[in-house]
Design a binder for this molecule. Structure first.
Ligand code: GTP
Ligand code: MG
Length: 433
């Protein structure tokens, strides 16, 4: 029976009878995940793809129609924040010469960014994580927000006893601080689920914070940390996560450039930790599957597309640099995963134009700011093609205006104007379509 299953699934994976591809879309908070999926779906629907039913799936449906209707409304509006996983499926049939038609089903999962942020935890024990986290909180540019928690932490005796009141006070202080760091544009905020707690009453093991002592309090927090990792592992081993073939990792690199050196360094650390943990995560899953002989081995991620989003904030001439910058931020350890790097705008808001600034022509963009009638010009600065050195931060990268999406003709049924989505999908699906 198992052999038969293997054979059928093998044929399916080879795409002889049908292909079923699951694509995870993730990225740091506000990276543009929902806008990306809305645009991908709208554009696929103009090309012989149809929305597919989700059957008995336990994952909520990605509300494509609603997101698209908002973008196509007059005036248009952006999607609301999302804080849970959702699923979008599309299908098509491909007919090639004399071969039977091949059925293709693409499933896209909109993952909250916290999922990505928690991956690197799986490779660290509590002491290693605490040391790394406390170090990050001491970085210049952070201390205005982290001061109170760091003072609390420094005041704890190294051999503090296991004390529930203390554990709770510390956990509350720590979580408030994470929230404020997020508001300040930081992204590498672990544990991610502390900012996105699961619905329902909170289990006691959620109450922990980084601590570098050696006493009973340390052991209590360490056991909670392990319980937390257990929840992360259970998520990953659930069929929902384990069957992902390909991944799209989005990052709003331009906003991080504007937010300044500390925020940029933080995003860089988050992206490289996430990229670094990809290989490790999947080898863990394989080991898990080998133990449970009743299941097929989970698929291994074969391709990852890293994309810098909102690239319509800069002119075409700068987008090559933006993609190169994304490449240098996301080096994967030697692995068999194919990677591609892109600068994209899922929902294009601007057009390029040449602006004469102080007698010199610069490649700028112009678009309508949300709620305004007139066009606004914008030239935020030169995009560096690698992580910038200290000199770059002397002249700050300017703020990015909140542009309004271009008006969509025909309620979005003709697709969504974008930059670079086709190239990204070509890379991701070239062996399938
Ligand atoms: N100019 C421009 N802005 C964009 C684009 N895509 C997203 N944005 C902006 O980025 C914001 C966040 O986009 P979302 O798609 O909601 O991001 P998200 O990653 O789903 O955010 P969360 O669900 O809150 O984590 C939007 O409200 C827009 O202001 C784009 O292609 N161009
Ligand atoms: Mg979202």
């Amino acid at each position: 029976m198992n052999l038969l299953n293997d054979l059928t699934s093998g044929l399916q994976r080879l795409g002889v009878v049908s292909s079923h591809v699951r694509i995870g879309v993730t990225g740091l908070s506000r990276a543009g995940k929902t806008a990306f999926l809305t645009s991908v779906a709208a554009n696929l629907l103009t090309r012989r793809f149809a929305l597919a039913p989700l059957g008995a799936s336990e994952v909520p449906r990605f509300d494509q129609a609603r997101h698209l209707a908002r973008l196509a409304a007059d005036p248009p509006s952006w999607p609301e924040r999302t804080d849970s996983v959702s699923l979008l499926a599309v299908t098509t049939s491909i007919q090639r010469s004399a071969l039977p038609a091949r059925h293709v089903r693409l499933e896209f999962l909109d993952y909250p960014g916290e999922w990505l942020i928690d991956l690197p935890l799986l490779a660290q024990d509590f002491s290693a994580w605490s040391a790394a986290m406390l170090r990050r909180l001491e970085a210049p540019g952070m201390t205005a927000i982290t001061r109170d928690f760091l003072a609390f932490s420094a005041g704890l005796p190294a051999r503090a006893a296991a004390d529930e009141t203390l554990a709770h006070a510390g956990a509350r202080l720590y979580r408030d601080m994470l929230g404020r760091l997020r508001e300040a544009g930081m992204a590498f905020l672990q544990p991610g689920r502390h900012l996105m707690p699961a619905p329902g009453p909170e289990p006691p093991w959620m109450a922990f914070f980084p601590h570098s002592g050696q006493g009973g309090l340390h052991d209590l927090l360490a056991s909670r940390y392990e319980a937390y990792l257990g929840a992360v592992r259970r998520d990953l081993a659930s069929p929902l996560f384990a069957n992902v073939d390909r991944l799209v990792i989005l990052a709003d690199v331009l906003t991080a450039l504007h937010a300044g050196q500390a925020a940029f360094a933080d995003m860089q650390a988050a992206l490289s930790a996430a990229a670094g943990s990809l290989r490790w995560q999947w080898s863990w899953l394989e080991a898990f599957a080998a133990l449970s002989a009743l299941r097929l081995p989970p698929r291994v991620i074969s391709r990852v597309a890293f994309a810098a989003t909102k690239a319509d904030h800069v002119a075409d001439r700068q987008r090559g640099n933006l993609a190169a910058l994304m490449r240098s931020l996301t080096k994967l350890p030697n692995s068999s995963i194919k990677t591609g790097h892109f600068a994209i705008a899922s929902v294009r808001c601007t057009e390029d134009f040449v602006w004469t600034l102080e007698g010199r022509p610069v490649s700028a963009v112009r678009g309508r700011i949300l709620g305004q009638r007139a066009m606004t010009r914008s030239y935020p600065g030169e995009v560096p093609d690698r992580p910038p050195d200290a000199g770059f931060w002397v002249h700050p990268f300017l703020a990015l205006p909140q542009f309004e999406p271009m008006r969509l003709p025909d309620g979005g049924r003709l697709g969504v104007p974008n930059i670079g989505i086709d190239a990204l999908l070509d890379f991701l699906l070239e062996d399938v379509l």
